[in-house]
Design a protein around this ligand. Structure first.
Ligand SMILES: [Zn+2]
Ligand SMILES: [Zn+2]
Length: 269
């Protein structure tokens, strides 16, 4: 893990501890007096496989490099090289962020986070050592809590600085900085909606809309694994074409089957 991530020993050990604490990793127990032992995924972290699939798909679509192009995903279910796609579990149509509606669910609450939060250092894509690292660009974009929140709000139709600011406990200079960053990354475009003074609103580009399935996998994962008090989903998503509550099923584009973690192999050749 040290080799693949390029982080310091201290940071890695800290994160491994944290992942065990939140139930995403389990350390194999060795006999008394023996040190070491491998880390294993748990049901909770295996359920993030769907997110990983959508992340790889997005990354490969927008950051084409010979290294990424040589990564092949094999579905053991049908024996074919495939691309992951997200289908509505009810009507089996591909999921697009443009075709959904949101309503507050039983677990909806206000965001009471403190305004002053330490900025998490973001990793630059170039700092991740593995040339085949299949998430490096995505991590660079959504690894920051504000950019992830701003993108999520854009799916709800927020477009203007004040609208984002009203929803998020973020300082104005940090918000401007993140909006600029998202524009530079091609996730947002902008247009002036007022001339004096000149003000801009932001809209999602195709690249930004294409991130929606990834975000939905995280929402679904949170609903299932991060609701200790059983309050229910904080937000309900409806699939407009079939009018049913949306559950996005990450599937094989060759055979249509749902992708289970142990039925996919990543072939690095
Ligand atoms: Zn549907
Ligand atoms: Zn298949």
């Amino acid at each position: 893990m040290l080799e693949a991530t390029g982080v310091s020993r201290g940071v890695l050990s800290d994160r491994l501890k944290w992942l065990q604490k939140i139930g995403c990793l389990r350390k194999e127990s060795k006999g008394a007096g023996q040190s070491g032992g491998a880390y294993h995924l748990t049901k909770k972290s295996l359920a993030l496989h769907a997110s990983a699939m959508m992340a790889i798909e997005w990354e490969r679509k927008y950051y084409r490099t010979p290294d990424l192009d040589s990564v092949r995903l094999l579905h053991m279910g049908c024996g074919k090289v495939f691309s992951p796609i997200m289908l509505c579990d009810h009507c089996e149509q591909p999921v697009s962020g443009r075709d959904v509606a949101f309503t507050p669910g039983p677990g909806a609450t206000r965001d009471h986070r403190e305004k002053k939060v330490r900025r998490r250092s973001s990793i630059s894509a170039a700092a991740v050592p593995s040339p085949r690292s299949v998430y490096r660009n995505l991590v660079n974009i959504v690894g920051d809590r504000w950019t992830a929140n701003v993108i999520a709000l854009a799916y709800h139709g927020h477009a203007r600085f004040d609208q984002f600011h009203q929803e998020l406990p973020v300082a104005t200079n940090i918000l401007s900085d993140r909006l600029k960053f998202l524009e530079q990354q091609g996730i947002f475009g902008s247009r002036a909606y007022q001339q004096r003074p000149r003000r801009f609103e932001y809209y999602l580009t195709e690249k930004g809309w294409d991130l929606f399935p990834y975000f939905l996998t995280l929402l679904q994962w949170g609903d299932r694994w991060c609701d200790p008090d059983q309050r229910g989903a904080p937000m309900l998503v409806t699939h407009n074409p079939c009018k049913e509550r949306l559950f996005g099923r990450v599937s094989c584009d060759q055979c249509g089957e749902a992708l289970e973690p142990f039925t996919v192999t990543i072939d690095l050749r």
